[in-house]
Design a protein. Structure first.
Length: 223
């Protein structure tokens, strides 16, 4: 046995590590599949209805506007109302998300719905969130053709639809949701966590909206 093997053997023995590589691989696999949760703050451990209320409160606190609708059939009307209220053209950009396809667009005859990634020429985009984090009012956005990442950042107005049942109390629970939805080896290339509209402050802390993305964020919660 070399001096290196002797030193490493003593380290493994002091740590109680299994002797074989197979045993060590199993230990790592078990750890990854059942990762321990960190400390979760009390306000994130609320009943489901209170988590949704907290999400709405925090989203508005960080500059988003918010609407709650009873079902997906009401989404198109809410989007059209938002565009009119902000004197925007009756046109939106969205991806291929099936839930958005069933959001009642046919009832809004004057609304132009464009599909696919944004090229930067869209004033308003609509996306569907994977989940929401109640304690911060944050939405989690998985990349992909269903909800192109360009829509998260290029339009000046970003309208995000989220299902109330997908709101969780804490960030850790949203990561668990993403893993369950995608499965091992199928994680998205990017997952953006968005809290309120884009903002930045200079050295004098003068806040500028829209510095790195949309200057307005509107969240539609589908009950």
């Amino acid at each position: 046995m070399s001096a290196r093997d002797s030193v490493l053997g003593k380290i493994r023995a002091s740590m109680g590590s299994p002797a074989s590589n197979d045993d060590r691989r199993k230990t790592v696999t078990d750890r990854l599949q059942a990762a321990p949760r960190g400390i979760i703050p009390g306000r994130a451990q609320l009943p489901e209805a209170e988590q949704i209320d907290l999400f709405c409160t925090m989203a508005e606190k960080f500059g988003a506007t918010l609407a709650r609708v009873s079902g997906y059939a009401d989404v198109a009307g809410e989007v059209s109302g938002y565009l009119r209220a902000h004197n925007l053209p009756a046109a939106i950009r969205m991806g291929a998300d099936q839930r958005l396809q069933e959001a009642g667009w046919e009832t809004e005859k004057n609304l132009e719905v464009r599909h696919g990634p944004s090229d930067g020429g869209d004033l308003a985009g609509v996306s569907h969130a994977t989940g929401g984090i109640a304690e911060t009012g944050t939405v989690a956005m998985m990349s992909g053709q269903d909800n192109p990442t360009t829509i998260n950042f290029l339009p000046e107005h970003h309208i995000i639809v989220i299902k109330a049942a997908d709101i969780r109390g804490d960030m850790e629970s949203v990561w668990t949701m993403v893993r369950e939805k995608q499965g091992k080896g199928e994680m998205p290339r990017a997952l953006n966590l968005i809290t309120g509209p884009s903002r930045s402050g200079d050295i004098e802390q003068t806040i500028l909206l829209g510095a790195h993305g949309p200057r307005a964020l509107h969240v539609i919660v589908v009950e």
